[in-house]
Design a protein around this ligand. Structure first.
Ligand SMILES: [Zn+2]
Length: 252
């Protein structure tokens, strides 16, 4: 059964990547350069000399060729059915390696607030030539449309059969609702789409100010809830009413 993500909003999330920006210590003192400048600072040219994360770049339409991560070494979870998954990044995407995506996915899936908490599921990342139960793809927007085989809007992510498809545009920029919490949004994205693979459908916000269930379409809107990336945020399963909102992805 095809499950469709339809997420709306505008792309506003520039410049919100978190980074361990540590300014280097300054250079040794040098002879002052005499200038006529007596004003305290130039009003223009804001300097951004601190290092930034390697930017993620991608075309709107990739070629649909993939780089796969090598097999991982650990199994997440202590009980339940084992799901083996591959990790693939579309070749046209730069700034995210398959190994990097695999590490992010593994950290999310192995988190005690994640799906393993119910002891129904375990996860192991396998290599490209190995038998698997699903593949986690990081895809360009147009390739996302092809893999998802749903309404081609290029904005959302999806799960289609054993294809768990993350849209690189969302991975790179997040959504405005998360207000710069890109790392948390990425965990939400993995948990939400993998949650579909586990058989979970959409849920709605249980009440104003409450955390959003992980199966709420948080990319579309929070509807009064607060952001939440986890199916077991405090160790217990957390749900909202079944269903979804009639939200639409942004036009264009
Ligand atoms: Zn969904």
């Amino acid at each position: 059964m095809l499950r469709i993500e339809r997420w709306a909003t505008a792309l506003l999330v520039a410049g919100t990547l978190t980074a361990c920006d540590t300014a280097a210590t300054g250079p040794p003192p040098v002879a002052p350069v005499p200038t006529a400048a007596s004003t305290p600072a130039r009003a223009s040219a804001p300097s951004r000399s601190t290092p930034r994360p390697k930017p993620i770049a991608y075309p709107q339409r990739g070629a649909g060729r993939w780089r796969f991560a090598p097999a991982g070494t650990a199994t997440a979870g202590r009980g339940g059915r084992l799901l083996r998954y591959r990790v693939a990044v579309e070749q046209d995407i730069t700034g995210v390696s398959p190994e990097g995506l695999a590490a992010a996915a593994e950290a999310t899936l192995a988190d005690p607030r994640g799906w393993i908490r119910g002891h129904q599921w375990r996860f192991r990342q396998v290599g490209p030539g190995q038998a698997n139960d699903f593949t986690l793809y990081l895809a360009t927007p147009a390739t996302r449309d092809r893999l998802c085989d749903d309404v081609p809007e290029g904005y959302t992510s999806c799960r289609n059969g054993n294809k768990v498809v993350l849209n690189v545009a969302r991975w790179a920029k997040g959504v405005p609702f998360y207000r710069g919490k890109l790392a948390t949004y990425r965990k939400y994205l993995v948990n939400h789409e993998v949650g579909h693979r586990l058989g979970h459908g959409h849920e709605r916000c249980p009440g104003p100010g409450e955390p959003a269930p992980v199966m709420q379409q948080q990319t579309l809107g929070l509807h009064g809830c607060t952001t939440n990336a986890w199916p077991y945020p405090d160790g217990r399963p957390y749900h909202g009413p079944s269903g979804q909102y009639p939200d639409q992805p942004p036009a264009g």
